[in-house]
Design a protein around this ligand. Structure first.
Ligand SMILES: Cc1cc2nc3c(=O)[nH]c(=O)nc-3n(C[C@H](O)[C@H](O)[C@H](O)COP(=O)(O)OP(=O)(O)OC[C@H]3O[C@@H](n4cnc5c(N)ncnc54)[C@H](O)[C@@H]3O)c2cc1C
Length: 487
């Protein structure tokens, strides 16, 4: 979207200089340090710039774009229609806007994504060259990455000491309320400016997302409050059972910054003390750790953290990749997760691990293919968490699960979904199988299958690989990699 033709007079009826609040992944008014700073400086011009090129291969996926569309609408409403939208390279768009308006300062919140960090530098130098002040704040992490490193300034690569160290730091800054008297510049852009970004899918496949999610700051707040008033108590015990709504479902809200981690941290600390609360905060620290890792290792999304995996004998098998993506591997635990992902833009963490393990180990397909599929389908697609999660499962990451730990999808399914409730929700064709068979339908006898109205190969696939044989093949591939390395 260009702004060539927009008249820019009367943008600031109060007169005087403007401060641009450059929203990125901090789409909220509360606990937004950059916005608070902008509000203290006078009239604020709130701006979002959609830049589709800068992230290269990590351009926002379809589910994230759907979320962003709604989140921008909610933010615009809370700014009384004052959100400016631009499209293009911020390195050009921002200085151009500042040249056309009396802008004194541009403020934003920092991100750990490598392209945003590169862009921050370029934008800062372009703006400072034009005499515009730039301020970047920490709004997306509990502690800025430099503060959560080791005392000698080097980063952590193992979660446990990282986590231990966090508890020695001073508590994160308390969240600030939304600015009281936010004076917003008039926005001359057409009401259709968010629609014109074309973020919603052209062919509507988003019905499941509409049903499952409510993007925006207010829904995020309600979600946090209801979780803290209810499910947090049993979070530690129940968080691994995907049929239950036992986890917070805050990840997309956190990714888009509709809620900040400090808000979660402080509200959780003021909730009833208990084991569930501690366990929940520990997961929030995993997020912190993933971002710490990406900050210090910007290539985490593209390169093996353990370089020996550069020699791993991955298979190039498009057919199996496609069946995995469609939830048609014939392994119910994996297929249920993949179908949940397609339908809702999310997948339970326990199943994410198993689906990723199945792809990288039982099918020997490179983790990057899985990470890219997740990137396109997840509403919470986040470079730090996704890359770390994939490399953790594949064994190529820092502090990763050892390669020989191959998740057994049948045992996992029996343990975490004993009644097959989750499986039946996503695989209705297996609905009439007995609980003891639903986790591994190929073990059922002909009469059992007939009674359940199921024909394997017709109604539901035969397993794409035998879980036991493919596990042995994975371990052999890993041994081969290690021998290559020592040769
Ligand atoms: C292969 C794989 C890919 C993943 N990709 C993503 C991703 O793209 N985006 C994403 O946000 N998470 C990702 N995760 C982590 C985790 O699965 C999700 O954060 C979690 O399922 C979100 O659900 P929740 O909000 O109900 O989490 P809760 O259990 O309620 O946890 C609270 C918050 O803590 C953070 N968190 C929880 N678990 C993890 C974890 N293992 N790593 C990092 N942060 C965590 C999330 O921000 C989450 O919202 C991935 C995990 C794996 C194994």
């Amino acid at each position: 979207m260009t702004h060539e033709t927009e008249p820019l007079e009367n943008v600031n009826p109060a007169g005087g200089a403007l401060t641009v609040m450059w929203f990125r992944r901090d789409l909220r008014l509360r606990d937004n340090p950059a916005l608070a700073l902008a509000a203290d400086s006078g009239t604020v011009l709130p701006l979002y710039i959609l830049d589709d090129e800068i992230a290269g291969e990590w351009k926002m996926g379809g589910a994230s774009r759907w979320w962003l569309h709604h989140s921008l609408h909610r933010l615009d409403e809370s700014l009384d229609g004052g959100l400016w939208i631009l499209e293009g390279d911020a390195e050009w768009e921002l200085p151009d806007l500042c040249a056309r308006l009396p802008v004194r300062k541009v403020v934003w919140n920092l991100s750990c994504d490598p392209w945003q960090r590169r862009q921050d530098e370029a934008v800062t130098s372009a703006l400072r060259g034009k005499g515009v002040e730039c301020v970047a704040c920490n709004g997306s992490l509990l502690w800025p990455p430099r503060e959560s490193g080791k005392q000698d300034g080097t980063p952590y690569a193992v979660f446990t000491p990282f986590h231990r160290n966090l508890s020695r730091l001073a508590p994160p800054d308390p969240p600030a309320p939304a600015p009281k008297a936010l004076q917003v510049a008039a926005c001359p852009q057409p009401a259709s400016r968010i629609e014109r970004l074309g973020l919603k899918p052209r062919i509507p496949w988003d019905g499941g997302l509409e049903q499952r999610w409510r993007p925006g700051e207010e829904p995020a707040r309600r979600q946090l409050r209801s979780f803290l008033a209810g499910n947090v108590e049993n979070y530690g015990e129940r968080r691994d059972f995907p049929a239950e709504p036992a986890t917070s479902s805050l990840s997309p809200h956190l990714h888009f910054g509709e809620v900040g981690p400090r808000q979660i941290w402080w509200e959780t600390h003021t909730a009833e003390p208990g084991e569930g609360r501690e366990s929940f905060l520990r997961q929030l620290c995993w997020r912190e750790f993933c971002h710490h890792m990406l900050y210090h290792h910007p290539q985490l999304g593209d390169e093996n953290w353990r370089s020996e995996f550069d020699r791993f004998p991955w298979r190039d098998d498009r057919e199996s990749l496609l069946r995995w993506q469609r939830g048609m591997t014939g392994i119910p635990w994996v297929d249920a997760g993949m179908r949940e992902l397609w339908a809702t833009g999310s997948m339970h963490n326990r199943v994410r691990m198993a689906a990723a393990s199945f792809l990288t180990k039982n099918l020997l397909i490179h983790w990057r293919h899985g990470a890219r599929w997740f990137w396109d389908c997840l509403v919470d697609a986040d470079l730090a968490n996704n890359s770390f999660g994939w490399q953790w499962v594949a064994g190529s990451g820092a502090d990763a699960a050892p390669y020989f730990r191959v998740f057994n999808p049948v045992l996992q399914s029996r343990k975490f979904d004993p009644q097959g409730e989750y499986l039946r929700r996503w695989l209705p064709e297996l609905g009439r199988l007995a609980n003891r068979r639903i986790h591994a339908p190929w073990e059922a006898g002909a009469a059992e299958l007939r009674a359940a109205g199921l024909s394997l190969g017709r109604d539901y696939p035969e397993p794409i690989v035998d879980p036991g044989d493919s596990r042995r093949r994975a371990l052999a591939a890993w041994q081969a990699m290690r021998q290559n390395q020592s040769a």
